[in-house]
Design a protein around this ligand. Structure first.
Ligand SMILES: *Cc1c(COP(=O)(O)O)cnc(C)c1O
Length: 402
């Protein structure tokens, strides 16, 4: 999709939806239409000299699938085209991407500033894992720009956050935080899962590195795990590549193929997820059984102006508080018919989560309260079902929960 094809638009790259169908395709000698699955671990060489040249880096080509694989390379190239990033590497899961994006360039003695509101395992990585290797971390309220500034130390090397946050959809101002990081000489790592790659482009707003759990909307049908890290050629090829190559959290070629095909339909799916989520957020906010709705696309979101500025839509997730206690939340969830109870998100199937007793169970009630997670908080990942059926399901479950 590079070079020749782009001439059709006077040298401009094809638009995003076109790139997501074509970019990065490597066609074999058989001329297959759909991308092939190269389910191989190793590669053979015509001569010993060729093997030597590949290992020395004098000749381009594949060496071992822990380092690179054609199907994985297609997925990485397509992600780069979507994100307009210089380079990317696929990983076995989103958590492999998050851990690698930090560990590959940090050293003992470094310091990381991270927003406190994080996906559970991300919080483990910054709060528990990094300090074990001599990397200090400071957790702050990511919404507060002054808190980012105040947390900077001479040895601060990275800022880490997600936006919107899990589970109550608070926002972090990517542009403002990136400016603070630049001044501090720290790199900005953004976990962009909740916005999906289509609604928010962190690198355009100053972030250096973007990570995804491709398990979520990129696959979008709950089939496989995967992750990806995107950044500059220098960061990906010199720092991340060696870390992945020698520690081995490689993306399986089969999963890469599933994700590659997922990218083809991502714009259609995200559009539907978001339009349904927006209408369900409005619907929920009018129900008297609901205390409060958090949806970045609504005017009553505390950071609605920021949402408008940095996102192209309200996103596929909604959080809300049910009037009552944990019992009311559980009764509501248990009464749902189409919407299923799960800790996962970003599926064609609508999924509902009770964060206080599952994803954020590890935290104390006080720590949860700081994150806006209460016993009556519920997170809804809106799927691809007919939105009117989803509203019907929510209505009958809210009535049953009373
Ligand atoms: C799911 C998720 C992850 C972890 O991804 P896995 O693919 O499950 O390892 C990290 N960050 C966010 C925001 C997520 O939603």
């Amino acid at each position: 999709m590079a070079g020749e094809d782009n001439k059709a638009r006077g040298g401009k790259p094809w638009r995003q939806a076109t790139q997501l169908v074509h970019a990065g395709t490597l066609r074999s000698q058989f001329g297959e239409t759909s991308e092939a699955i190269f389910l191989n671990s190793g590669y053979v060489y015509d001569t010993a000299e060729q093997a030597e040249a590949r290992f020395k880096g004098d000749e381009e080509g594949f060496v071992y699938s822990r380092y690179a694989n054609p199907t994985v390379a297609m997925f990485e190239a397509r992600m780069c085209a979507m994100e307009e990033a210089e380079a990317a590497r696929g990983t076995a899961s989103g958590m492999a991407a998050v851990a690698a994006s930090l560990l590959c360039h940090l050293n003992a003695g470094d310091h990381v500033v991270s927003a406190r509101a994080l996906f559970g395992s991300c919080r483990y990585v910054v709060e528990d894992l990094l300090p074990r290797f001599g990397i200090a971390t400071t957790l702050i309220d990511g919404r507060d720009i002054a808190a980012w500034e105040a947390a900077v130390r001479p040895n601060t090397r990275a800022f880490f956050f997600e936006t919107p946050t899990n589970p109550v959809l608070e926002l972090v101002d990517i542009e403002a935080v990136s400016k603070v990081a630049k001044k501090a000489g720290a790199s900005v790592v953004v976990d962009n899962v909740f916005a999906t790659p289509l609604l928010q482009r962190p690198m355009k707003l100053g972030a250096d590195i973007v990570v995804y759990s491709a398990t979520k909307h990129i696959d979008g049908q709950g089939r496989c795990l995967g992750g990806v890290v995107l950044g500059s050629k220098e960061f990906i090829e010199e720092k991340l590549h060696n870390y992945l190559k020698h520690t081995g959290p490689s993306l399986s070629p089969f999963n890469a193929w599933v994700l590659l095909k997922g990218l083809e339909t991502l714009p259609l799916r995200v559009e539907r997820h978001c339009s349904s989520a927006a209408s369900l957020a409005d619907f929920l906010s009018q129900r008297r059984e609901i205390e409060r709705v958090y949806y970045p696309g609504r005017a009553d979101h505390p950071q609605a102006a920021l949402a408008k500025r940095q996102m192209d839509g309200g996103g596929p997730l909604i959080a809300f508080e049910i009037k009552g206690d944990k019992g009311a939340a559980f009764r509501f969830m248990n009464a749902l018919n189409i919407i299923r109870i799960s800790n996962n998100l970003g599926d064609a199937k609508s999924l509902v989560t009770h964060p206080a007793t599952t994803t954020h169970q590890r935290l104390t009630p006080e720590e949860r309260a700081k994150l806006g997670i209460f016993d009556n908080s519920v997170r809804l990942s809106v799927g691809l079902e007919d939105p009117e059926d989803l509203a019907t399901d929510l209505t009958q479950a809210l009535t049953a929960a009373k």
